[in-house]
Design a protein. Sequence first.
Length: 370
Amino acid sequence: MSDIEKDLVHIARLALEGRRPDLVAVVRRSLRSLAGRRPDLKEQINAVLTLASASPPTREASRLPIPADNDSRAELIRRDDQPGVAIEPTWPAAVEKALGEFLLERDREAELRAAGLSPVRSLLFIGPPGVGKTMAGHWVAQRLGRSLLTLDLAAVMSSYLGRTGLNLKVVLDYARHQHAVLLLDEFDAIAKRRNDDAEVGELKRLVTVLLQAIDQWPSDGVLLAATNHPELLDAAVWRRFDRVIEFPCPTVPEIRSSVERLLGASAAEDLGEILDTLAALLGGQSFADVARQVNAARRASVLRGIPLSEALTELTSELVRAAPLERKLQFARELERQKRSQRTISQITGLSRDTIRKHLGKGAPTGGRK
Ligand SMILES: Nc1ncnc2c1ncn2[C@@H]1O[C@H](COP(=O)(O)OP(=O)(O)OP(=O)(O)O)[C@@H](O)[C@H]1O
Ligand SMILES: [Mg+2]
């Protein structure tokens, strides 16, 4: 099915189910992308888009204002009506499979319901920092065409304590009625302060409110939680989630793919060998750290007017020079396999030619090709 056909099916389903806020979101996205391809339809499309913005939402709930703290008036939850990710994420195979199954159940919800079953409702994302847990929340909401409500529990737990947990209750009640995706980010924050005696009572009440909300979450709702400290969550918490998805640290090929997507396909094609080297050197790092360094090189390329290949080669050299000896030697062997001269290997790695000779043997030519 083409994208436009998929959108048509999606739009038909939302219209027939009377889910107007979701329908408006999908119609907007779909028509905007169509307008880019069919300038001849621009006027009609604009007319429909105006209609979509002007009509009042029919759902009682979506008219509710975002709840705010009584004293500070700060909003208690972040609402994103057009969630999305700027660059398509690289999902490790197991994550891709699990997220794909989750979305498929939603796509074929009617069949499941006809068989007396409900789709999976809640997911717990676990994994180290910077591997895409929060990003997955945005990505899932985008795929489902729903708004994303993000509740950062690290912020909430500190500011809500002493406010009798009322704020949390208000926020969860609001979220429950929004037909949106609720992301409970930094979920371990609910467990972290357990040892602080003075706050134990209050904290327990907050945790109870939260766990009850998860238990009673509507079956057509989507509840996601993310944590990089799963060991802090006790069994009572784990049990409440329909499914746990583990986000691993990316492998070298996954790092390469994420770098390619950052650079764009055509730039990446010209940089084949540099990207192989770079990805190998970035091995063991998170997607977030990879993106930070590659984006710094992209900025350097623009601001200093140097080719991207040069900026990335500089990054490669920096990474090698900062690496421990064993890693440098590993990389030197890789360069040797590429038939680089000992002089070049020494220049790139910062290792003396003596060290190279000692560890790599006589493999590397002493002069010749750079
Ligand atoms: N799967 C991925 N593919 C491509 N880029 C990614 C991926 N995951 C993360 N990134 C990059 O890393 C950044 C941070 O990711 P994200 O905030 O989702 O990490 P996280 O797992 O939630 O980390 P934390 O535990 O620290 O909250 C993203 O904005 C993106 O640039
Ligand atoms: Mg996160």
